[in-house]
Write a protein that binds this ligand. Structure first.
Ligand SMILES: C=CC1=C(C)c2cc3[nH]c(cc4nc(cc5[nH]c(cc1n2)c(C)c5CCC(=O)O)C(CCC(=O)O)=C4C)c(C)c3C=C
Ligand SMILES: [Fe+2]
Ligand SMILES: [Fe+2]
Length: 333
């Protein structure tokens, strides 16, 4: 049966304007998987404070990263959307020689193109089997489960539900670890190795972990496997968590505090990699490449280097192709 693979990522505003950012944040931050504060209280905060204020503050950062990349790739529009679309095209090319039964496309959890419109289009084209592949190597209820919810919601009112397979996580997949290690080694060959390697993951509230989210454990596992693959001693690397949002305590150590601490301690050079991001986006191109560079240099650091996300690297496309083949073996019924 012809199967459609749908690569998914978080999503992004349609334009780098306050109006488009507000529309995106309204959809994203209204998802109860993303913010677990009791509904009436969160709706009051979201509509009374966040949506009136944040878009105007964040839109200039989006403007700064629009059409930008960390690796010279000529990006059009929002980097995360550009990379996800190109990842789907390259995965299609990679698989086309081996798997004529597979078509690859992309969708976003929030914003456009949404999952519902993408699946509706594929069903009109005759696809009755889907592999939904969230490009989050580490599972979190805030991201991966939000995709699962959307898939379930699509068919709430249907009797005859199509064949749907989901990728849950790939935080320890040997090819994913190898691709991350390759990207670090290539960076070291060009620039030399810095004193420290910081592995900065997107944060989530600390309380989510106590409630059972495996994200922290999976981030630590990725970090330990990557450090082992690079043969880095314990004093050469550190895990950290970025993109804190709101007043609650999030996973620690915080990326910004760690960099300020190192700058102040006389660490002069640092390499930063963000293994939870399969594509460069606002959180890497602005928060890591711009804001945290300034944090480190202002605190006394001298040399700050961001290692781009796996993006369109051939070894990244190979990771995705291998996971697709593992989930959809050729001889399956
Ligand atoms: C409010 C809580 C948030 C949680 C929990 C969260 C988890 C989470 N997010 C990503 C990946 C991305 N997040 C991005 C942007 C972004 N994230 C939040 C908030 C939470 N994220 C906000 C409010 C924003 C928008 C920007 C801002 O207003 O600060 C992006 C980038 C999107 C882009 O357009 O480039 C990504 C990617 C992960 C992996 C994750 C949990 C593991
Ligand atoms: Fe986020
Ligand atoms: Fe951020």
């Amino acid at each position: 049966m012809p199967t459609a693979v749908i690569l998914m990522n978080l999503g992004t505003p349609a334009e780098p304007t306050p109006t488009a950012v507000r529309q995106f944040l309204r959809e994203f931050l209204s998802d109860p998987r993303v913010v677990e504060i009791p509904r009436p209280l969160w709706m009051a905060i979201l509509h009374g404070l966040v949506l009136p204020l944040r878009p105007r503050r964040i839109a200039p950062a989006y403007r700064e990263i629009w059409d930008r990349s960390a690796d010279g790739e000529p990006v059009e529009g929002s980097p995360i959307l550009y990379y996800t679309r190109r990842q789907a095209e390259l995965l299609q090319e990679y698989l086309s020689g081996q798997r004529a039964d597979i078509t690859v496309t992309h969708a976003m959890t929030y914003g456009k193109p949404g999952l519902e419109e993408t699946v509706a289009h594929l069903r009109r084209e005759g696809f009755g089997s889907f592999l939904v592949f969230p490009l989050y190597p580490q599972y979190s209820a805030t991201t991966t489960a939000a995709v699962y919810d959307q898939v379930a919601r699509l068919y709430r009112n249907n009797r005859d539900i199509p064949d749907i397979t989901l990728v849950r996580d790939y935080y320890r997949h040997p090819l994913y670890i190898r691709a991350l290690a390759n990207s670090v080694r290539e960076h070291w060959r060009k620039r030399g190795a810095a004193e420290k390697l910081l592995l900065s993951f997107h944060g989530i509230p600390k309380a989510n972990i106590a409630k059972g989210d495996p994200y922290y454990r999976q981030c630590c596992d990725t970090a330990e496997h990557l450090a082992a693959e690079l043969e880095l001693g314990e004093d050469r690397w550190q895990i950290s968590f970025q993109s804190r949002f709101g007043k609650a305590e999030w996973l620690q150590p915080y990326t910004d505090k760690q960099l300020i601490e190192w700058g102040g301690q006389g660490i002069s050079s640092v390499d930063v990699i963000c293994p939870a991001f399969s594509a460069d986006c606002l959180e890497t191109l602005e928060e890591i490449s711009v804001e945290n560079r300034a944090n480190f240099l202002d605190a006394g650091g001298k040399d700050y280097r961001y290692i781009p996300a796996l993006n369109l690297r051939p070894d990244h496309i190979e990771v995705l192709a291998t996971i697709v083949q593992e989930k959809l073996p050729e001889n399956r019924q």
